[in-house]
Design a binder for this molecule. Structure first.
Ligand code: 5RP
Ligand code: ZN
Ligand code: CA
Length: 224
């Protein structure tokens, strides 16, 4: 399945990534940010229903000036501490800033969120190749696209869809900037079950992959 997931991600298809039974137990849509279209954003909000976010590799986020939200908000006493997240006692959330590209209008429409995702990918690619001095000139916060900053040690330290999707992008050799959205269940209001997410994948001819499979590949190949 890892090969199929890597190919699908590379091809710009939606890949369904389940994390772990003992973590969130959620499945996210994941698509390379440079392949996001208004149709994909519409499908994320209609079929997935969670929060649309764009995950960025840690070192590149740092280079672009994107802090962890917890660091940016450290002046308030509301900021989460390690141990606050019920399903992960060793890490904080991967949230960075909520952004809009400056050419958006409200920032929330399918076209606007597509523009923000596509432009983020453009800047991540530029930064990966040596720098992106115009980042702050092109984006503003607060905005309507949540950005997520992957842990620099990726799956060796944190195993959220943030790291799972960026690890998969690195394996695929594509720009490490991936737009993701949790799948929720319209009936129960809870996370869509793994079985239902698999069923959705089968019905829509999409690849479903579990975090355990990505971690297994990661551990097997990381020293090569
Ligand atoms: C942002 C989230 C999602 O769960 C998303 O999958 C990223 O978080 P994580 O890396 O912790 O899984 O909370 O909507
Ligand atoms: Zn979550
Ligand atoms: Ca998640």
């Amino acid at each position: 399945m890892i090969d199929k997931a890597v190919k699908a991600l590379k091809d710009g298809d939606i890949v369904l990534i389940f994390d772990f039974d003992d973590r969130e137990g959620e499945t996210d849509f994941a698509v390379r940010a440079d392949a996001v279209t208004p149709e994909i954003i519409a499908r994320m909000r209609n079929d997935a229903g969670g929060l649309i976010c764009t995950a960025i590799e840690g070192r590149i986020a740092e280079k672009l000036g994107l802090p962890f939200a917890g660091d940016a908000l450290s002046g308030t006493n509301l900021v989460e501490k390690i141990g606050d997240i019920p399903y992960d006692s060793a890490n904080h959330s991967s949230f960075s800033l909520f952004l809009n590209h400056r050419d958006t209008f409200t920032g929330i429409t399918d076209n606007d969120r597509t523009l923000t995702a596509n432009k983020l990918a453009e800047h991540v690619k530029k930064a990966a190749n040596g720098g992106s001095p115009t980042f702050a000139e092109e984006f503003r916060t607060p905005g309507h696209m949540a950005t997520l900053r992957a842990n620099e040690r990726l799956l060796d330290q944190r195993r959220g869809q943030t790291e799972l999707s960026i690890a998969l992008a690195n394996i695929a050799g594509i720009t490490p900037c991936i737009t993701i959205c949790e799948m929720l269940d319209d009936k129960s209001g809870r996370a869509l079950t793994k079985e239902d997410a698999k069923k959705y994948a089968e019905e829509h001819n999409l690849i479903f992959i579990e975090g355990s499979e990505i971690v297994e590949y990661w551990n097997r190949t990381k020293n090569n």
